[in-house]
Design a protein around this ligand. Structure first.
Ligand SMILES: Nc1ncnc2c1ncn2[C@@H]1O[C@H](COP(=O)(O)OP(=O)(O)O)[C@@H](O)[C@H]1O
Ligand SMILES: [Mg+2]
Length: 315
């Protein structure tokens, strides 16, 4: 391959989104793991791809990184058509794999230096790129530590900043915090916040509600290979779950009755064991409330939105 149509080093016009998928389908035999995906991610935003296991998030990510070919549809990354121009797209994006593939026998600094070669960071900029990555990961005092001696959180931070050495314009992360304990997850959130304030474009898949809400400018809710809704988390919550959710706990025999009363008046509900939760509870009229009992009230969240739209839970 020689030069792609857009020309190496030529930056697409400012209006070109970081990512554009149109009608993307990926079939495995009779299963459509991704089933007609349309998604655009503007530059400088963090988009959370939120969905339960099996929704098609990783399959989508693999098509973006060129590890897998779409059966149908078109993908463009920073204006480069995938897969034809994958090589140029790859030079401008960073990928954080879900599974840690750091070299455990090398030190933090050696790991970063090795990748600065692979990412073709110009020789003059390498030292600064490595130093910057260590600062961002708050590992500046750990340059000489062998990876094997790092904590889980440090390893994961290293894995993320390793993908940033060449100052990519787009960062792809597939379930960056899966399998980590809550404390380590929090550490990573600060790092992702820092990236956001630097103006990076990030596409991050997750099945953790709180993570998607906390980190994303916008979320795309994914179920069964499709995007069912997309928007700013607080706006989606306001639209589908309202200001408050009322949880009514009853005996097993009472569940159907509660649901019947709520549905009759047009309230969406979700069920957890023998608790029935009513969305948009601030709109429940007093006479109805009197028949339902005294609820526990809480703020709505993206899980409520997901249930309202798909009938399924995310987590
Ligand atoms: N290589 C494959 N061969 C067959 N089925 C696959 C393959 N990869 C993924 N799938 C199926 O595609 C669906 C979506 O999987 P995946 O993209 O991994 O979902 P997620 O990352 O959202 O959990 C699942 O039903 C999964 O079993
Ligand atoms: Mg996955």
């Amino acid at each position: 391959m020689t030069t792609p149509p857009s020309g190496r080093g030529v930056r697409p016009a400012p209006g070109v989104p970081a990512l554009r998928l149109s009608g993307v389908v990926k079939r495995f035999g009779s299963l459509a793991a991704v089933d007609g995906l349309d998604l655009e991610v503007p530059r400088g935003t963090v988009l959370g791809l939120l969905g339960p296991n099996g929704a098609g998030k990783s399959t989508t990510m693999r098509m973006l990184t060129g590890q897998s070919l779409a059966t149908e549809g078109r993908i463009a990354i920073l204006g480069h058509e995938i897969p034809a121009e994958s090589k140029w797209a790859r030079a401008r994006m960073g990928v954080v794999p879900q599974h840690d593939n750091l070299d455990e026998e090398l030190t933090v600094e050696q790991n970063l230096r090795m990748f600065s070669y692979l990412y073709r960071v110009p020789r003059r900029g390498r030292r600064e790129a490595v130093a910057r990555a260590m600062r961002l990961a708050q590992l500046q005092d750990r340059g000489d530590t062998v990876v094997d001696d790092l904590s889980g959180g440090m390893r994961r931070r290293l894995l993320i900043v390793r993908a940033l050495l060449h100052r990519p314009e787009l960062l792809l992360m597939d379930e960056p915090t899966v399998g980590l304990d809550p404390q380590v997850r929090q550490e990573l959130w600060s790092l992702i916040d820092a990236l956001r304030s630097e103006g990076a474009t990030v596409l991050m898949s997750t099945h953790y509600i709180e993570e998607a809400e906390r980190l994303s400018d916008e979320v795309a809710l994914m179920a069964a290979g499709r995007i069912v809704e997309r928007g700013v988390p607080s706006e989606l919550v306001a639209k589908y779950a309202g200001r408050t959710v009322a949880e009514f706990t009853t005996g097993e025999e009472g569940v159907a009755g509660l649901e019947h009363l709520l549905h009759r008046d047009g309230f969406a509900t979700r069920r957890t064991g023998t608790t029935v939760s009513a969305l948009r509870a601030e709109e429940i009229p007093d006479p109805l409330l009197a028949r339902l009992g005294t609820p526990h009230r809480r703020a709505g969240n993206l899980e409520d939105v997901f249930v309202a739209l798909t009938g399924e839970n995310v987590e």
